[in-house]
Ligand binder design. Structure first.
Ligand SMILES: Nc1nc2c(ncn2[C@@H]2O[C@H](COP(=O)(O)OP(=O)(O)OP(=O)(O)O)[C@@H](O)[C@H]2O)c(=O)[nH]1
Ligand SMILES: [Mg+2]
Length: 310
């Protein structure tokens, strides 16, 4: 990861990292790690949203490292931070998957889903911009037909990223919008269709069914479409992201996730607990509101940033 990108990630994650640092602080300066200290570490990591299981595993790892063999020295902060980062990286590594590597159909259809305000529309625009930079043409499907403002928002982004926007009437059929966007892409030889859907609470059954319908309708045009079904999760909600991911996966079968708003979130540790619990790839992270504020997910940089290392 380029240095300035890493800096941005690190700055964004600083609130989360300071919580992780709390765990590190409970060991530094000590000469041995007793059971009580291990519980302390575990508690701090849970507070940092890494989840109970991950916290337990990391605490065990720290215990197994036998730092206490170094009796004449105090346990160093960076030593602990490194152990922590390594353990986190091991959890994250299997989830690393560059979104763009998956693009091999034409048109390639990518659907974004998620609860209200999680960052879907912004992420759609950021992705369109990334594809544009890779010389791939994009059509944006404004499948959020609930609010007129949603279409306007996507149109504004569309202008900025040079992508056509297909929309429908307010309150109209959102699956039909996706269908038409696909047809347009086919006709005009456009590489990628990004479907921006309306925010929906994961426990609203009818709205979840509408999402299933959109997928079904698009699959009539290409059996494998949508080729990617990505949930956009707000990284500031912490453990709530788990139930969101689970519901969206149950309803449409997710192929990946993008976690947004990690700039300034104190709950960035949730990325680790999500990676531990779900075998769903993590594609990218939102680290700001601008078009270039979407970072390809890299296990090693994320782990380092969260552990406060450079
Ligand atoms: N700081 C920050 N803000 C973000 C990020 N991603 C999105 N936002 C902001 O979050 C707010 C909601 O983003 P949208 O993209 O409209 O979210 P949405 O999921 O499309 O919302 P609905 O369509 O209403 O469900 C906007 O103010 C965005 O600028 C991010 O990575 N960081
Ligand atoms: Mg939206």
């Amino acid at each position: 990861m380029a240095l300035n990108w890493f800096k941005k990630l690190k700055t964004g994650l600083s609130k989360s990292a300071s919580k992780v640092e709390g765990a590190i602080a409970s060991i530094t300066g000590k000469k041995t790690i007793d059971q009580e200290t291990l519980y302390d570490i575990q508690d701090q990591l849970i507070l940092a949203d890494l989840g109970v299981e991950v916290a337990g595993r990391i605490a065990k790892k720290i215990k197994d490292q036998k730092f206490e063999l170094n009796k004449n020295k105090e346990i160093e902060k960076t030593q602990i931070a490194k152990t922590l980062a390594e353990e986190i990286e091991q959890i994250l590594m299997p989830r690393e998957q560059n979104l763009y590597e998956k693009v091999n159909s034409k048109p390639h259809v990518l659907l974004l889903a998620g609860v209200n305000g999680s960052g879907k529309t912004t992420t759609a625009a950021k992705l369109a911009e990334k594809f544009r930079l890779e010389k791939k043409s994009v059509v944006l499907a404004a499948s959020d037909t609930f609010r007129a403002a949603a279409v306007e928002q996507l149109k504004t982004w569309g202008k900025r990223v040079g992508a056509q926007v297909v929309s429908g009437e307010e309150g109209g059929d959102s699956a039909a919008v996706a269908f038409r966007a696909y047809e347009l892409a086919k006709k005009e030889d456009i590489d990628i269709v990004i479907i921006d859907t309306a925010g929906r609470l994961q426990n609203k059954k009818d709205l979840m069914e509408e999402l299933t319908k959109t997928c079904r309708v698009v699959s009539k045009l290409d059996h494998d479409a949508p080729h990617q079904k990505v949930v956009v999760l707000d990284g500031t909600v912490g453990q709530n992201a788990h139930s969101q991911l689970k519901s969206f996966d149950e309803s449409i079968g997710l192929t990946g996730m993008i976690i947004t708003k990690l700039d300034g979130s104190a709950k960035g540790g949730v990325v680790v607990s999500l990676a531990e619990k779900f075998e769903i790839p993590i594609h990218a992270l939102g680290v700001g509101e601008g078009l270039d504020d979407l970072q390809i997910f890299e296990a090693s940089s994320f782990s380092k940033a969260l552990a406060g290392l450079d």
